[in-house]
Design a protein around this ligand. Sequence first.
Ligand code: HEM
Length: 549
Amino acid sequence: MFSFTIKSIFAFVLLPPLYILLEFVYRYYRRSLKFLKGPPRPSLLFGNELELTVQEDLGVLETKWFNRYGLVFRTSSCFGEDTLMVADPQALRYVTMTSAYRFPKSTDSAQITTLQFGRGVLSVEGEVHLRHRKALNPAFSATQLRQFLGLFQRTTTILADKLQQEELGKDGKVINITHWLPRATLDIIGESAFDYKFGAVEGKANELSEIFKHMFVGARLYPQKRSLLYRAFRRSVNTPIANLLLKFPSRQDQKMMEFSVASKRIAKSLFDAASKEAKLEGDTKHSKDVLSVLVRSNLAEDPKKALSEDEVLSQMATLILAGHETTASTMSWLLYEITRNPQDQERVYQEIQNVREHAGPGVELTATDYDSMPFFNAVIKEALRLHPIVPNISREAGSDDSIPLEYPVLSESGERLSHVPVSKGQRISLNIAMYNRLTQVWGDDANTWRPERFMHDTRQDITVGVYSNLMTFSAGVRACIGWRFALMELQAILFCLLERFQFCPPPPDGSFRGLEDIQRVPAGLMIPMKRGNWRQGVQMPLLIKLRQR
Ligand code: HEM
């Protein structure tokens, strides 16, 4: 009896941890990248993951390491696991384009997006992903998007009116632009995709704007050590155990789940109303806005095209977030750069004035008008290059593979490597921010703001990404579905704001010295904040003056 009890305790209490431990040892031994150069591991438990996550300015450590070890190297993650860091153009192309579905999202990245959005296009893989993309693609064609231009312009005009009502006076006023821009882009995605008016710019109370205010800071910025370990543990165990652990979300996971619950609640009421209408009246309009294409997919009988209701709601939650915060943050960085470079701001303004003179006062502009301004568009590209809002994306090898390199690196033993062999399950971090600043691609002044580079000297031999040789919107089958949408939005917002306002550096205020104290923090997205004041949340204070006309 006694020995039976001992055996039971051994079986139920000791065997599971022992099994997990052995699995860890096996996996990490198999996936070792010891042959590659990389920074020393400061701790066995956290590897380099803690120092990367808590660094004050995003990208500082990575830049130092890429410069020292080459465009691929090894870092250690929690529990001794190795991660392959990549900024080599050929390797990026191979992972995102040539072999895209063979490099699925890394386990933790998929777990986080599933918690945040459910099983939408951002979190699913392979055939299922292909089905989701097929359903959504018609809503993101260039022709479909042009129909929204008027909406982009109307919303931005309301935004400009609101800013003007802020009593700017003769000397202007310092305004935190990150308070306003996400409201405008939320209104735009709500109305264009779902015919839903959030009324965020108008100041209508809405649950989502409240959640967004603190979501990235609460959920992703400077996580506690135990959350980091929990997340690392969860990604390292096998699927049944991970699924069990996902039922016990950390406090930071819960922040993201708040968004998922609230956005799906709104999505459900919109979807129910639209499906009811489609069932009663039939699909006579053949509309291609997001909600219509989703309703149609839900009603489709062909399983290769159909989306379940849960998939539709997850899609809607994904688009609400992916479709607004990204563009708003990019716009904040763009305004930051043209504020620091007033001569460029004036040059853009000159182009705007020329187009306005040509079109006539108050006339709605066309896509061709926006595309006709070379420097204006170069400024948008340069902001996307220097401030890619999604600074890196995580993948893992779906099978043993060998990743080709454009710029070979030297191994630890001094061997010249033109390919990096990886084992199934190897974590890979694709560093978008680093690629966008490679001197090999962008020249010696890659770290400097110089929009002209997009007017004169684009290199044709390196082609990565869906737009202008940038990785900002990623590449291949999983590239950003909304990149054209985002560009058109940026054009409409930039035109409208610069036509009416001048943006100047904010004067020092207490310990805040001005724009030099704006930092890019690692909160999943590349978010602007005041140095030392990250508890205040997202901040980009700019002195806004009304232009004298
Ligand atoms: C400047 C603005 C934007 C940037 C920099 C950006 C960047 C990105 C990046 C890097 C990815 C790839 C993520 C990954 O593979 O893990 C992505 C995916 C995605 N983006 Fe964007 N995005 C922007 C705007 C938008 C907009 C406006 C929408 C929708 C209206 C949107 C919807 C999506 C969706 C649905 C995906 C998932 C695509 C897939 O996995 O197939 N994004 N975006």
